[in-house]
Ligand binder design. Structure first.
Ligand SMILES: Nc1ncnc2c1ncn2[C@@H]1O[C@H](COP(=O)(O)OP(=O)(O)OP(=O)(O)O)[C@@H](O)[C@H]1O
Ligand SMILES: [Mg+2]
Length: 305
């Protein structure tokens, strides 16, 4: 069971001298786990996840979904992919048809289909009044939700999301994280491509860092942080989310011990100080580099100048 990617390499067809977009990538994801994929612009994140539901077929290596080859219909049914520009995923006359399209494509009809649509609406907290509207008349955030609803209505075993929170306000981001948690609780395996690690770190079981198409890191978030990989999340943001999560867990248990479990003010202060110090160090390093450059230029004046 799970998602399996093994020794995957891919070069976009075209120029023979094109650099591979992916080189020898391997990882696994169990049902219910959340994997964050990060890396610089153009490092291959979108190319990698397009292999998970068969949009791209591996040129070298294997990609399997619960033991099935990723391109096969039975495997594609299991993986819902929300595009980086999810608006481009929309096409239907109204929101109802938009959400119903996926499941109907896989043979769901009649009352069951209606039920699926309603169920997905309430899972995402979408207003039923939207159902008759054109998806193109909605706000950007609503469009993304409708695109996500269309995917969730297929009841995927795995959900793959490419930069899902770009353009969302802080409140919507927070809601979205809660939704992800509820999907995890349903046993859905989740892959999130993000530049904003700190946002999802407390939910993640695994982190994968791509560098120019190669696997720079894959493993537990703690190891990622200990080894000082960049991009690094802001400690203060991680702390805030962990704190919030601990509070929610206590609330869910119905206990009143919330306050006692929160990190001490001293620890909080230390972490904020550490963030500040790190910022200063990085600033100093940049200033030093600049002054070194200008010294070098003084000693080696440009003959053209
Ligand atoms: N359709 C395509 N044809 C040719 N080359 C492509 C195509 N799509 C992507 N590439 C190239 O493959 C590499 C990886 O692109 P990819 O879109 O996977 O990066 P990414 O990590 O998702 O970047 P971003 O953070 O900007 O979304 C880049 O060098 C890109 O130029
Ligand atoms: Mg991308």
């Amino acid at each position: 069971m799970g998602l399996l990617v093994k020794n995957l390499s891919y070069t976009y067809p075209g120029s023979k001298r094109a650099k591979p977009a992916l080189k020898n990538i391997s990882f696994e994801l169990e049902p219910g786990e959340l994997l964050l994929i990060t890396g610089a612009v153009g490092s291959g994140k979108t190319t990698l996840i397009k292999h998970l539901n068969g949009i791209l077929r591996p040129q070298v290596g294997i990609v399997k979904v619960d033991g099935l080859e990723a391109g096969k219909k039975a495997a594609r049914k299991k993986v819902g992919l929300l595009f980086q520009h999810s608006k481009t995923q929309l096409f239907a006359k109204n929101v109802y048809q938009e959400i119903a399209f996926g499941p109907s494509n896989f043979g769901i009809k009649g009352k069951e289909l209606e039920f699926r649509v309603q169920e997905t609406l309430s899972l995402l907290g979408l207003d039923p009044a939207l159902l008759q509207k054109s998806p193109f008349s909605l706000s950007g955030g609503e469009m993304r939700k409708v695109a996500l609803a269309g995917i969730l209505a297929q009841k995927p075993a795995y959900l793959v999301l490419d930069e899902p929170t770009i353009g969302l306000d802080p409140e919507a981001r927070e809601k979205f994280r809660k939704e992800l948690e509820s999907f995890q609780n349903l046993g859905i395996g989740i892959v999130v491509v993000t530049h904003e690690l700190e946002e999802f770190l407390p939910l993640a079981e695994k982190i994968l860092l791509l560098k120019e198409g190669k696997l720079a890191f894959v493993g537990r978030p703690e190891t990622y942080l200990q080894q000082g990989y960049f991009p690094a999340p802001k400690l203060s943001e991680v702390l805030r989310l962990l704190e919030q999560k601990a509070r929610e867990r206590e609330k869910a248990k119905g206990g009143k011990k919330t306050e006692g479990k929160a990190p001490s003010p001293k620890l909080k202060k230390d972490i904020y100080e550490a963030d500040k110090a790190l910022g200063e160090i990085l600033g100093l390093a940049a200033a030093l580099k600049n002054s070194k450059n200008s010294e070098f230029q003084k000693e080696n004046p440009d003959p053209e100048a």
